[in-house]
Design a protein around this ligand. Structure first.
Ligand code: HXH
Length: 339
């Protein structure tokens, strides 16, 4: 869709301006192919992959900032805010970090020295551009009674790696808002574990300012009352909330069908109704929520193509593959106009 057509369509971030920011995850390809759409509708950006450990720091003595810098330059050019994603994670993290040159496991002290050095370098570099960081991503175990997910971070560093990461990030940029970020955040079992972790961080005086609800949701789950209960529980800690990676998959978790090449009318209608209900709820909690970031910009490219089911496309965004607004978009805009 060209820029002239864009001009007649209300800007999503303007529509919600009084309530919260509206963000999109981007990458060098999407800012190339959907730059007009992104510039028009979103007032905040997150690098989808380019600021992850493995992308920025592939070897101990080598940082690769080119792709991340390109995204930051786009954000500057268009006056967008930026969130940083992510400093500590069990995925997309370079193997060298946990190893000595001979392949043996590093000591706890060395792991924390390397973590501090990584966080100092990255957070300082983007100090003027990034106002909030996902400091720690996805450390809670999905199932069972264990609080923390098994990982090299936990094996080598012990549970203190979490507090350390927040301390190092706070030292590198005392002005940055620091977030704990996770998925399945509205599942009651995991919600209570996320709450317990963050509560204990606060009790230890760890500098943490917000909880990121990834919000990888679908037409069918989670239920609105579970989302509401999660928002209320997290907000009761007195922290700021953001939806950091919102999408609405067309498929149930168990559904593995790969035959669809386009969404059915029924799916599109269910999605529009779902987005409408979600934004109605989010607006109800606007005093706690500062930003709602989509994990993509439009349906032509999102991480849900081919994931978690190979060969399956998905249509989780508010804009279709031609970057045109879907019914979902108009129903979300309708909610915004009622505040
Ligand atoms: C997010 N993880 C990450 O924060 C983000 O950095 C990435 O770009 C995309 C999504 C969400 C996630 C977590 C666990 C997970 C899948 C996605 O595990 C599954 C694996 C297979 C099937 C279902 C879940």
């Amino acid at each position: 869709m060209n820029h002239l057509e864009n001009k007649r369509i209300p800007k999503l971030s303007d529509a919600f301006g009084a309530a919260f920011d509206i963000g999109a995850a981007v990458n060098p390809r999407t800012i190339e192919r959907a730059g007009g759409l992104i510039a028009h509708h979103y007032n905040s950006l997150t690098a989808e992959n380019e600021m992850k450990f493995v992308s920025l720091h592939p070897a101990e003595e080598r940082y690769t900032f080119e792709a991340a810098d390109r995204i930051v330059a786009f954000a500057r050019e268009h006056g967008k805010k930026m969130r940083g994603h992510t400093l500590v994670w069990h995925n997309q993290t370079s193997d060298w970090l946990f190893q000595e040159a001979d392949g043996s496991t590093v000591s706890r002290e060395k792991l924390f020295d390397r973590l501090k050095s990584h966080i100092d370098t990255v957070v300082s570099r983007y100090k003027d551009d990034i106002y909030a960081w996902d400091v720690v991503n996805e450390v809670i175990a999905d199932e069972g009674s264990e609080l923390l997910r098994p990982s090299k971070w936990l094996d080598i560093g012990g549970p203190e790696f979490i507090a350390k990461a927040f301390q190092f990030a706070h030292e590198a940029d005392p002005n940055a808002q620091l977030f704990y970020n996770d998925y399945n955040e509205s599942d009651p079992l995991k919600r209570d574990k996320i709450y317990a972790l963050v509560k204990s961080l606060l009790e230890q005086g760890v500098p943490i300012h917000g909880i990121g609800l990834q919000a990888h949701w679908s037409l069918y789950a989670p239920a609105l009352d579970e989302i509401r209960a999660a928002i209320e529980k997290y907000a009761s800690l007195g922290l700021r909330l953001q939806l950091t990676e919102l999408d609405v998959s067309m498929f149930r978790h168990e559904d593995k069908r790969t035959d669809l090449t386009a969404p059915s009318e029924e799916m599109l209608e269910l999605q529009a109704a779902r987005y409408e209900a979600l934004f109605q709820l989010l607006l109800e909690y606007r005093s706690h929520i500062d930003a709602v970031t989509f994990w993509g910009a439009a349906d032509d490219y999102t991480w849900l193509n081919d994931f978690p089911v190979r060969g399956r496309k998905n249509w989780p965004m508010l804009f279709n593959e031609r970057h045109e607004p879907k019914d979902s978009f108009w129903r979300v805009i309708k909610q915004a106009s009622q505040v």
